[in-house]
Design a binder for this molecule. Structure first.
Ligand SMILES: [Zn+2]
Length: 248
C-alpha cells in the first residue's frame, strides 16, 4: 500500500478517511461527532471521553484501516490547530452540520484558540523521565540465568513479576524484535519459581517457529529450563486452566 498523505484526506459516506482522488472531494482535517460509548480515551490527555459529548477525530496511519488510515479520538478541549486564525473550521471539520447549534458553536470557538490547553502539561524533551509514566522496579537476573540483563530488561522482569502478583496474573510483553523478550521471559520463569515459591508452570504461547527459537535461546541463556510449557498459537486454550501466560 502506498504511503498515505494525512494532509490530503476526505471522508467517505461510511465515515472512513480516504485519500483524495477527485477534485470534487472535500478535504477534511478533523471529524466530529457525539461520543457513542464513553469507553474511548482521549489521545491527548489519556482520560475517557464521556458518552454523548463532542469528540474530535484526527486521522492516523494504520495498516488495518480500509484506506490505511483510521480515526484517533480526542476531547474537543484538547484539540488545537497549528494556525487558528487561518483555520477554516466550518469547511475542514467533517460532521459539524449534524451537531446541535450550541455544540457547533463550541467547536468553532475552541478551534480558534491558540497555545497549549491549560490542563495539558507541556513535555520537556530534556527531562530524562518524560517518556516514563511511572517507575518500574528493576529486578536483577536470577543467578541461574546465564546472561546479564540490560536495565530495560530488568524493568521488564520487574513488570512481569508485578503483574503476576496482581489480580491480572499475566500480561503482554511487546517490543521490537531483538530487544530480548525471550531472555526476559526466561528470567521471569526463574524468578517466578524462586520468588513466588510454588511450582507453577509458565506457559509460553507462540508460533511453532518462534517456539523453536525460544527453546534454543532459553537453552543458551538458562542452565536448566524451569517448568516451561510451550504451546503453539493455532490451538484454543480457553478450556484449559493455565497459570500464567506470556505470548512471544
Ligand atoms: Zn483530552
Amino acid at each position: 500500500m502506498p504511503s498515505v498523505d494525512l494532509s490530503n484526506l476526505t471522508i467517505t459516506e461510511d465515515g472512513d478517511w480516504k485519500p483524495i482522488e477527485y477534485d470534487y472531494e472535500s478535504r477534511y482535517v478533523f471529524k466530529c461527532e457525539y461520543s457513542k460509548s464513553g469507553r474511548a480515551k482521549c489521545r491527548r490527555c489519556g482520560n475517557l471521553i464521556a458518552k454523548a459529548t463532542v469528540r474530535i477525530a484526527t486521522p492516523i496511519k494504520w495498516r488495518g484501516g480500509g484506506y490505511g488510515v483510521i480515526s484517533s479520538w480526542q476531547h474537543l478541549k484538547c484539540t488545537r490547530v497549528d494556525n487558528p486564525k487561518k483555520f477554516a473550521a466550518s469547511k475542514l471539520v467533517f460532521g459539524l452540520p449534524s451537531l446541535k447549534a450550541a455544540d457547533k458553536k463550541a467547536v468553532l470557538a475552541e478551534l480558534k484558540k491558540a497555545g497549549q490547553p491549560p490542563h495539558l502539561k507541556a513535555i520537556d524533551p530534556n527531562d530524562p523521565n518524560f517518556i516514563r509514566d511511572r517507575e518500574l522496579p528493576e529486578v536483577p537476573a536470577p543467578c541461574l540465568l546465564n546472561a546479564e540483563l540490560l536495565p530495560y530488561q530488568k524493568e521488564g522482569l520487574g513488570w512481569m513479576l508485578n503483574q503476576e502478583l496482581s489480580h491480572y496474573r499475566g500480561g503482554i510483553l511487546a517490543d521490537e524484535m531483538g530487544m530480548g523478550k525471550t531472555i526476559q521471559v526466561s528470567g521471569y520463569g526463574w524468578q517466578c519459581v524462586r520468588l513466588i515459591e510454588d511450582s507453577r508452570v509458565v506457559a509460553v504461547v507462540g508460533r511453532v517457529l518462534v517456539l523453536a527459537l525460544f527453546t534454543y535461546a532459553a537453552v543458551v541463556f538458562s542452565c536448566v529450563l524451569p517448568a516451561l510449557l510451550l504451546l503453539p498459537h493455532a490451538v484454543s486454550y480457553t478450556h484449559l486452566t493455565l497459570p500464567t501466560i506470556y505470548s512471544v
